[in-house]
Design a protein around this ligand. Structure first.
Ligand code: COA
Length: 331
């Protein structure tokens, strides 16, 4: 029989500085009305100038460890999902390890955009099933503001900073949820629709790449929108099929928080009332890989999940990657 996998604890972090739609009206040609009706976002959090992705990851990890009454010495592997690493190398997971004072554990970095948490769940489950690790810290963090083009109104109004952390373990005792399984996928044919073209070996940093603004996140918003709806709905259906259940069995969907219209379209496609989708994007914006973890943490703290609830996180991100997972809430 396959080993059972649990989420022991969750935590999240949003930087102190708040940027409202009104603040953005002073930076680019936009309006609160446009942003709210086209995206559902009212405000977002932006990291301090010197604050790094690993700083935010450490805050979320400490919050998760405190909530789960765990100590860093309990952790025997670290995974970090980010597309805005502290440096191109070494892995941000190693900087996080340094900040948390964790010792002698493997550190893994993955770059799957906003699908980070679902991919990390799948990787953590594989590690735990092999039986050589017992508690895996998985942290999703992105300082998107560092790669945001503050002159591009189609991206700067949605992007934001934040981090979320979870600990996966093989022990039911003290766990908040059981991880029942997941589906992950990618469609590299759409890779250029959401990318940062500069800084890698295709366009190494030069004066020209800076002048051409290649070190900023570029997005083909309409194409990403269409694919997000299609691929998130597909990911949900794959998991429902695998477990032979239908969407009415799911008490709460936790979607990637990109745009309220994307979430509404996925809900409509699945014929599920949108009220069953947890949303926090009105005050967080799109926090990339951390977004559904922040939503899950806030909903959990608000007491929205009940013991026995089936909960389904679903994501879509750069790559273009997608995925969904099935959890049973235990507390
Ligand atoms: N304020 C005012 N007008 C804006 C604007 C802004 N912030 N951003 C774009 N516009 C304008 C455009 O210039 C365009 O004007 P035009 O018709 O005169 O050319 C008009 O609004 C419509 O642009 P469009 O790109 O079609 O808007 P949209 O309804 O698709 O919304 C996004 C744009 C980016 C919000 C939307 O495409 C989106 O959410 N895409 C997916 C984003 C996402 O999920 N990203 C992350 C995935 S992990």
């Amino acid at each position: 029989m396959a080993k059972r996998i649990f989420i022991r604890t969750i935590g999240s972090y949003l930087p102190e500085r708040v940027l409202t739609n009104g603040d953005l009206e002073k930076i680019v040609s936009t309006s609160d009305e446009w942003i709210v009706t086209r995206t559902g976002i009212r405000e977002r959090h932006i990291a301090a100038d010197g604050q790094t992705t690993s700083d935010m990851a450490a805050e979320a990890a400490r919050a998760a460890l405190a909530t789960g009454e765990m100590n860093i010495v309990d952790i025997d592997a670290i995974i970090v999902a980010t597309v805005v690493p502290d440096m191109p190398f070494p892995s941000t997971a190693c900087f996080l390890q340094q900040k948390l004072g964790a010792r002698n554990c493997p550190c893994i970095g993955i770059e799957v955009g906003c699908s980070g948490i679902i991919y990390m769940a799948e990787i953590a489950a594989g590690f735990l099933e092999r039986g050589q690790h017992s508690a895996i810290l998985a942290v999703a963090a992105d300082k998107l503001s560092a790669v945001t083009d503050w002159t591009d109104r189609s991206t700067c109004v949605i992007l934001a900073d934040g981090a979320a952390a979870m600990v996966f373990s093989g022990e039911e005792s003290g766990a908040i949820a059981e991880f029942l399984g997941s589906y992950i996928s990618a469609d590299g044919s759409g890779a250029e629709h959401l990318c940062m073209p500069g800084g890698g070996c295709r366009n190494p940093a030069t004066e020209k790449t800076v002048t051409d603004r290649l070190h900023y996140l570029k997005m083909n918003g309409r194409e990403v929108f269409k694919r997000a709806v299609r691929d998130m709905a597909t990911a949900v259906q794959k998991v429902l099929e695998r477990f032979a259940i239908d969407s009415s069995s799911i008490a709460h969907f936790i979607p990637h928080q990109a745009n309220m219209r994307i979430i509404e379209a996925v809900a409509e496609f699945l014929n599920v009332p949108v009220e069953r989708f947890v949303t926090v994007l009105d005050h967080t914006g799109n926090t990339s890989s951390a977004s559904l973890g922040i939503a899950m943490d806030e909903a959990s703290r608000a007491g929205r999940f009940k013991k026995g609830d089936l909960v389904m996180p679903v994501s879509f991100g750069a790559g273009l990657t997608s995925g969904a997972a099935l959890l049973r809430w235990l507390k």
